[in-house]
Structure formats: C-alpha cells, structure tokens
Design a protein around this ligand. Structure first.
Ligand SMILES: [Zn+2]
Length: 376
C-alpha cells in the first residue's frame, strides 16, 4: 500500500486521472487552508473520496463509480483511494506529515487553472462520446456534416485536438484517442470554417429579447440575406448571425408588406446593425462573386475579413474576441442608419394607438450585463 501526497496545484489537478486503477494507492490532497472543494472523477477509475477536517474528522466518505463532479464540504484534506481500501490507518500519517510538507499549493483548489482544465476535459469527453454514438465505428464525413451544426463540429474538433494534446503526456483511453484522430481527419477540409463557427456561430436567439422592433409584441428574429442554394453547410452559420436578423411580428410583417419589399428589409436590418450589417453584406457579396480575399485569416477574424469592418465591435469588427453573438446595443449608427430605421418602421400607420419609438428603443438598449463580481 502506498501513500502519495499531492501538494502543488498541478499534482492535485491530475490526481488519479488516467490511472487504470487505484488498487492499493492512497492519494492524499493536502491544502494549506480549509475550503469547500469540487473534485471530479473524469478519466479516473472507480474510487472512494474522503474529506477530512484539519483534526482528522471524516466529513465525507463516498464511493464514486461514474465520472462526475463531486462537491465536498468545507475540509482541509482529501483522500482518494481504491474502493476496497481501508483508508483509516492513513489518517494519522496524513495529519502528522501534512504540516511539515512544503506549502506549494497556496493557490485555492477552486482557482481557474484547475477549474478550466476540468471543464475542458469534461466537455471533450462528452463530445467524443457523442461522436462514438453518432458513428458507431469509423467517422464518416457525410454523417458528421448531416448530424451536427457547424458550431458543434467546431467544438468537437477542438475537443479532439485537446484530447490528442493530452495523450502525448498522459495515457488516455485508446478509444478516445483513436476517435479524436479520425474526427480530425474527416473534418480536415472544413476546419477553418467550423472552428470559426465554434465561437461565432453559436445559437443566440433564446438569449435575445424577442419583442417586435415596431410594435413591441412577441416576435421572432427573421434573417434577411439568404445563402445561395448550393452553399456548403459549413458557411450557413454566418447567415444565422444576429447581424443578419431583425425581430418582427407577423402582424407588422403583413402591415409593412415586408416579405415582398426587399429594400424595406434591408433598411430595417441595416438601420438596426449599422456597420456590422455592412460588413456582413460585403462578405455576402464577395462570396457570391468569388472575390473573398485570399489572405483572410478565419482564426483571427472568424466573422468576415478585417477590411470589411472597423476596429471595434461598435464599428463592425469581426475579430475573434468580439465574435460571440451580442444584441445591437452600442452599434455605431449614423443619421442615415436612423433614418432608414424610421423610414421602414413608420412608413405605414399603426392600427389604433401609435406606439412611438418605445419598442425600438427598448431593443437598442438591451444588453447582457455582467453581474458585479464576475467580471474579473
Ligand atoms: Zn409588430
């Protein structure tokens, strides 16, 4: 039987991960202070997790068979061991040796580094499981292209890359490594677009307000520019971007005769999104005319080539750090944009009471506010 002390945050982050079995091994996680701790058992064999107070009281003792997150009570030491091992004889050693060990792990175990690695691994494993379930054996590109959205495929290849990176230094389950290779091979021709989509092509409609920009009644976001019929599925996500959509209800769609009035559609989406729609529009036309710049780096500029927009989100940048879907607040609108909006919204009389600009203003003011304390 072997007792190992895990002191540094790196040691603690890996723990029993990638061990075939813990057998007789007893892993003791030593922390300098008390705290609630979240453990995970991804990539770990079945194990017993025990949480101890500073004076050796057992606060938690559970057998964990499945891969999952385990929330521990406030504790000082944590022991991981094989399911059948009696850990109690080791408590005294842990208590007596711990204070003499170098206190390398001054960082709290719930810090970002540990949390990030665990979260990524958890996601990577879940993704690779989905691949296994979808393909049952060899990864076939046609199934991959039919079954998953571009942004999901981007996340899957990121996970595959992550698992392969890990497999250089850790012994990972063979199946996961094999699947990761074959996913990357199958997706090779589409990598640029789907990796861009994994950041910029994620769904957003459920988080955005869905009030009609004209009357304020419940509405849905309607895309304006349409892809060519033969467009590859990997690029369709750009037409699903918020910059190509307006929230408008059925009633106003009818009243404005919107479906048959293309210039009205453009006025609405152009006015709402200003330079961000202009950038998307340039991409749309360059694609149609096969004039996209050769030097376009989709990893840095996933939305559109940098010359189509300004340097900031407000002025139409498509850079990676600004690529997540956001509502139209703070878009830099000129007087032309505002005129286009008003021209389109107020071109027809409202039935009954004129709602004025309140619904539009509400939409323009909507933003995702990061709660205080979560911004660092
Ligand atoms: Zn309406």
């Amino acid at each position: 039987m072997q007792l190992h002390f895990l002191i540094s945050s790196e040691q603690r982050a890996s723990g029993a991960m990638f061990m075939e079995t813990l057998n007789e091994t007893v892993l003791a996680f030593i922390y300098p202070t008390d705290g609630t701790r979240t453990f995970h058992t991804f990539f770990c064999p079945p194990m017993r997790i025990v949480a101890l107070s500073a004076d050796g009281q057992v606060l938690f003792d559970e057998l964990i068979v499945k891969w999952k997150w385990v929330r521990l009570p406030v504790c000082r030491y944590v022991i991981e061991t094989g399911p059948k091992v009696d850990y109690r004889p080791f408590i005294q050693s842990v208590l007596s040796i711990a204070p003499d060990l170098p206190q390398l792990g001054a960082i709290d175990p719930n810090t970002r580094m540990d949390g990030l690695v665990f979260a990524l691994l958890a996601e990577a494993v879940a993704d690779i499981r989905r691949i296994r379930d979808a393909h049952r054996g060899e990864v076939r590109p046609d199934i991959q292209r039919r079954k998953f959205e571009a942004w999901e495929r981007g996340q899957i290849v990121s996970s595959a890359g992550f698992i392969l990176d890990f497999s250089r230094t850790w012994s990972l389950p063979n199946g996961a490594v094999k699947l990761s290779y074959s996913v990357l091979k199958a997706e090779e021709p589409y990598l640029d677009e789907i990796v861009a989509a994994s950041v910029a092509g994620i769904p957003w409609r459920h988080e955005f307000p869905n009030h009609c920009m004209r009357c304020g009644k419940p509405a849905s976001w309607r895309p304006i520019l349409n892809p060519a019929p033969n467009a590859p599925v990997e690029i369709l996500w750009r037409y699903q971007r918020p910059e190509n959509a307006i929230p408008i209800c059925h009633h106003c769609t009818e009243t404005l005769n919107l479906l048959r009035d293309e210039s009205l559609q453009i006025d609405l989406v152009w006015g709402l999104w200003g330079p961000r729609f202009e950038a998307l529009w340039q991409w749309h036309h360059a694609l149609k005319n096969k004039r996209l710049p050769n030097h376009w780096d989709l990893y840095l500029q996933p939305l559109w080539p940098h010359e189509y927009g300004g340097g900031t989100w407000e002025t139409g940048s498509g850079a990676i750090h600004l690529a997540e879907p956001r509502p139209p607040r703070d878009v830099l609108r000129s007087e032309q944009h505002m005129q286009a909006l008003r021209r389109a919204l107020y071109s027809k009389l409202f039935r009954g009471r004129q709602p004025g600009e309140a619904p539009l203003q509400k939409l323009l003011d909507f933003g995702f506010d990061i709660p205080q304390g979560e911004s660092q």
